[in-house]
Design a protein around this ligand. Structure first.
Ligand code: C2E
Ligand code: CA
Ligand code: CA
Length: 914
């Protein structure tokens, strides 16, 4: 494929356009001639025929019907003057038509025929005049008619001849036109098509040319923009020294005035400074470079370097001159030299600083991921690691595990956010010994702004730290276990609390207060020293098992404090820790070859989660200790090693419990505490056979505290005996009053679990019998199934003694305590009291029904009375009766009532529904 240069394309295009223009001209001219000829022949033919036909028609109408002859005849007949005038007018018209027609007639025959018509016309004209004279002479019409005789036949024949001539003319004109057209047609068509093609090709070539010009223009513009942006002057000069092109910088160097004229020569710009020899050199073709002095508009002189390059365009010799302002270059060079000097000084200073730093500090550099990329000699010497061992490793190599995860997390948070970090760090040497440094870590950013390295300088502060530690140990370490003490435990919590409060999503603290149960007894039995050794063994095992703990401290004689840190999933974490603690206490501890099994009670708290419901002033470290203790106390009520996690409900319980404990004495004195009695009805005899005594506490504000709440609180306090004594006293007195109405009625008295096993129970009941001389068979002592099950042997002993005193014994809440039936048979019982939870669902629940049935038949088999409590509905009673239950007690018949109400109720008990 032959590719053409722009110039060749341009030249060929121009040539083609000229050739096409000439071709179009030749073909066009020929076509035009043919057209002309056709059009001419058409015009002649049309013109002639039109005129002849037109004038003949005029003649016919002027002569024939409606013309001369017609009017003449009317005049002859009617003698009316108007016909005479009309005849004359038509004659005039006919004359004009004859004159016109004469011009266009071609043949002699036609011309002769026209003369005939003219003669006839004249005859009629003469005759008209004659008729006028005759009319004027008074001649009759018939007379006139006789003399009027014009022969008009020759005229009509003549018209026929002319008419035929016209027809012939038409035929001839038509054949002439047809010839002209058929002869010229092809040429015209070919010519037109040719011109059309030529115009099309020319148009295409022209558009190409336009594009070519556009591109050339674009190139010129592009070149202009390049040259105008050049930092040096650029000139195109022809061999006469005339400047053909120059750029902006040239103007700047030589001044706009010199370059102002459209045409100027090198002489104008060089001449002004008189550097003629150099200029002449250029012209004589001595290429290369030379220096001259330029003078700009402000007349300041500057050295400029002129470089000359030949340029051969279209055979014409031209030169490109590059002009560089040497003053700028010199200035830059000077600046560079100055900077170099400064740099050398700085490097010297930096080297000095580095030397100083290396002498004084442990310096290292890591990449963004924390891998060591450099460490100085002092670093290697202090840490005991060689440079090769350090490079590529993280600082974990010297990590001592002496700092909390919070500590490292905070450090990374600061440096990775671009801040400089300072802090004291405990590191570990290769040989395992510890050293302390005061560390400064500085992050460095790359040109994109991302941190790409950290440089750290550390001062060895081991000496200071050792001294400090000796002082610290005295204040912060437990002398027995060498574990941190309460003070340190509290300080750590306080500082970690501050971090957590400051940063969102920082993490959570799990804090545990662990108490070793039974230590007092062990101390008592084996001596203090033995107890101490046990504590040390427990401490060792805790440290081993909870290695992830931030701190394990000894915070009291038999208490350990544990602080752990977790980023999230605190609940799962607490569960894991609980399992680990249970593992620690699962096996016996060996002390002096003795195996000792102890358990732990743990209070735990997750900060800040578990304190969320509390205001900020209730979240201090002291508060946290208090909450932990409360939770630990809760846990100590349970058997085995358990962990109770703090929740605000514990606080409420505590405050309510405190209130109960503090106000019970006063309440007894004020009569806030009193007894109510609920009837028990025999399903056989339909009589009230007993009442159950139930305690009530009405507060001065009218609110009630249920016995279900206050009895368990008081039960674990010293008040329970006092309260029980008071109740029993009250009950016996009331029973006596009631027996005045119902002489055989029994009274059920609830005996709490603790009171059952207490030393007070028997003496107080014996005293009761003695003081009131009451039949013990009327007193039914209700003991719950679960209180019997707690310590079967103890309960059995107590119950046997009570039985021997003559009391009736009823097992309360029967069915809920998972009794060992075999054991139960050994108990001196009188009654089983089916728990109300089974009665409640008798109608709906098959299982409840089955249990009730079983209890009833069991009672029967053991020869015990069965009473159902919590009977509220008729269908429950019907079912119980059908199954053979002995007695019922419940709201269906009566709610618990005060004595005077009960007495009234018993006088006329509404038992008719039974
Ligand atoms: P408990 O010994 O099982 O007493 C029966 C409880 O059921 C009583 O609640 C009684 O009011 C309630 N009750 C009776 N009939 C119905 C009924 O048809 N439907 C329902 N839903 N409940 C019924 P109370 O009086 O609140 O006593 C609660 C618990 O407090 C007693 O359970 C008992 O364990 C203890 N308690 C009450 N008074 C004394 C007392 O003087 N000494 C001791 N040690 N404990 C007492
Ligand atoms: Ca009861
Ligand atoms: Ca009960």
């Amino acid at each position: 494929m032959i590719s053409l240069t722009e110039k060749q394309t341009y030249q060929i295009s121009i040539l083609l356009i000229v050739a096409l223009a000439l071709g179009s001209l030749v073909i066009g001219t020929k076509a035009y001639d043919d057209f002309n000829r056709i059009s001419r022949s058409w015009t002649t033919y049309a013109d002639d025929t039109f005129h002849r036909a037109n004038h003949l028609a005029d003649l016919k109408s002027a002569l024939g019907y409606g013309g001369v002859i017609h009017h003449f005849k009317n005049y002859v007949i009617r003698h009316d003057e108007k016909y005479y005038n009309a005849a004359r007018k038509s004659a005039e018209k006919a004359k004009i038509a004859i004159a016109e027609l004469e011009v266009h007639l071609k043949t002699q025959a036609e011309k002769d025929a026209l003369q005939d018509i003219a003669r006839v016309l004249r005859a009629y004209q003469n005759m008209t005049v004659m008729v006028k004279a005759a009319i004027a002479g008074g001649r009759a019409v018939t007379d006139i008619d006789r003399i009027v005789k014009v022969d008009d036949t020759p005229a009509f024949e003549a018209m026929e001849i002319i008419s035929r001539g016209i027809e012939k003319g038409i035929e001839q004109g038509h054949s002439e036109l047809t010839n002209a057209i058929s002869g010229g047609k092809m040429v015209v068509i070919v010519g037109l098509v040719g011109v059309f093609i030529l115009l099309f090709v020319a148009g295409f070539l022209l558009s190409n040319l336009r594009r070519l010009f556009g591109e050339i223009e674009k190139k010129a513009l592009y070149l202009d923009s390049i040259t105008s942006g050049l930092p040096c002057g650029l000139l195109v000069v022809n061999r006469d020294g005339m400047v053909e092109k120059y750029n902006e910088k040239t103007k700047e160097i030589f001044g706009a005035i010199q370059c102002q004229d459209k045409k100027f020569s090198l002489l104008d710009i060089f001449g002004s400074i008189g550097d003629m020899p150099a200029f002449l050199d250029v012209l004589s073709g001595n290429m290369g470079q030379f220096t001259i002095e330029s003078q700009d508009e402000s007349f300041s002189r500057k050295p400029v370097l002129v470089e000359v390059q030949p340029l051969n365009t279209q055979g014409r010799q031209k030169y490109i001159l590059t002009i560089t302002d040497m003053s700028e270059l010199n200035q830059a060079k000077r600046k560079l030299e100055e900077t170099n000097l400064q740099l050398e000084q700085t490097i010297e200073e930096v080297n000095g600083f580095k030397k100083l730093l290396d002498e004084h500090a442990l310096v290292s550099m890591t990449d963004a991921a924390g891998r060591i990329a450099y460490a100085n000699e002092k670093f290697c010497k202090t840490s005991g690691f060689s440079l090769e061992e350090l490079l590529g490793n993280k600082h974990n190599l010297v990590k001592s595990n002496m700092h909390s995860s919070v500590f490292w997390k905070k450090m990374w948070q600061e440096i990775s956010s671009g801040k400089i970090w300072h802090g004291e760090v405990t590191n570990r040497r290769k040989d395992g010994s510890l050293y302390w440094v005061y560390s400064t870590i500085m992050p460095f950013r790359n040109e994109k702004g991302a941190i790409h390295k950290y440089v750290s300088a550390r001062t060895d502060i081991t000496e200071i730290k050792n001294a400090e530690r000796r002082i610290h140990q005295l204040a912060y370490v437990d002398t027995l276990t060498k574990l941190p003490n309460l003070m340190q435990f509290n300080e750590l919590i306080k500082s970690m609390q501050a971090e957590i409060d400051q940063f969102d999503d920082f993490g959570k603290l799990v804090i545990i207060d662990l108490g070793v149960s039974g230590l007092v007894e062990i101390n008592g039995a084996f001596g203090w020293e033995y107890g101490d050794r046990l504590i040390c063994t427990i401490a060792e095992r805790l440290k081993r098992e909870l290695s992830e703990a931030e701190l394990i401290a000894k915070i009291g004689g038999d208490r350990f404090g544990i602080v752990l840190f977790t980023e999230d999933h605190a609940d799962d974490y607490v569960n894991q820790i609980t399992a680990k603690i249970q593992k620690v206490f699962h096996h016996a501890f060996e002390v002096d070859e003795n195996l000792l099994k102890v358990s732990a009670s743990c209070g735990a708290l997750v900060y800040p989660d578990d304190l969320q419901a509390l205001s900020a002033d209730k979240r201090t470290t002291d508060d946290i200790n208090r909450y932990l203790e409360l939770s630990r106390l809760e846990s100590s009520k349970m058997s085995g090693s358990t962990l109770i996690r703090f929740e605000s409900g514990i606080l409420q319980n505590v405050s309510r419990r405190t209130m109960i404990l503090h106000s019970v004495e006063q309440a007894l004195e004020n009569g806030e505490i009193y007894m109510v009695y609920q009837p028990q009805i025999s399903l056989k005899s339909r009589d009230v056979v007993g009442v159950e005594a139930l305690m009530r506490w009405r507060r001065p504000d009218g609110s009630f505290i249920s016995p279900g709440e206050f009895i368990p609180v008081l039960e674990v306090s010293e008040f329970i005996s006092q309260l029980s004594q008071w109740t029993n006293e009250r009950c016996v007195q009331d029973l006596k009053t009631l027996q005045q109405t119902l002489p055989t009625v029994r009274m059920g008295i609830n005996i709490s679990a603790n009171f059952l096993v207490s030393d007070y129970l028997l003496p107080s009941l014996e005293k009761l019998l003695k003081d009131h001389k009451i039949d013990p068979a009327c007193l039914e002592l209700e003991v719950t199934e679960s209180s019997i099950m707690e310590d079967l042997d103890l309960a059995l002993g107590q119950l046997n003694k009570l039985k021997s005193l003559g009391f009736r014994i009823s097992v309360d809440d029967f069915g809920t305590g998972h009794s060992s039936l075999a054991y139960l048979a050994k108990f001196p019982l009188d009654q089983l009291k089916v728990d109300k939870s089974f009665i409640r669902f008798i109608s709906e629940n098959d299982q409840s029904r089955a249990i009730v049935k079983t209890v009833i038949s069991l009672g029967k088999a053991m020869n015990l009375d069965v009473i159902a409590e919590g009977t509220e509905k008729k269908e429950q009673i019907d079912f119980l009766q059908a199954e053979g239950c002995d007695e019922v007690q419940g709201y269906y018949f009566a709610k618990p009532m005060e004595l005077h109400e009960l007495v009234k109720w018993c006088e006329n008990p509404p038992l008719h529904d039974l």
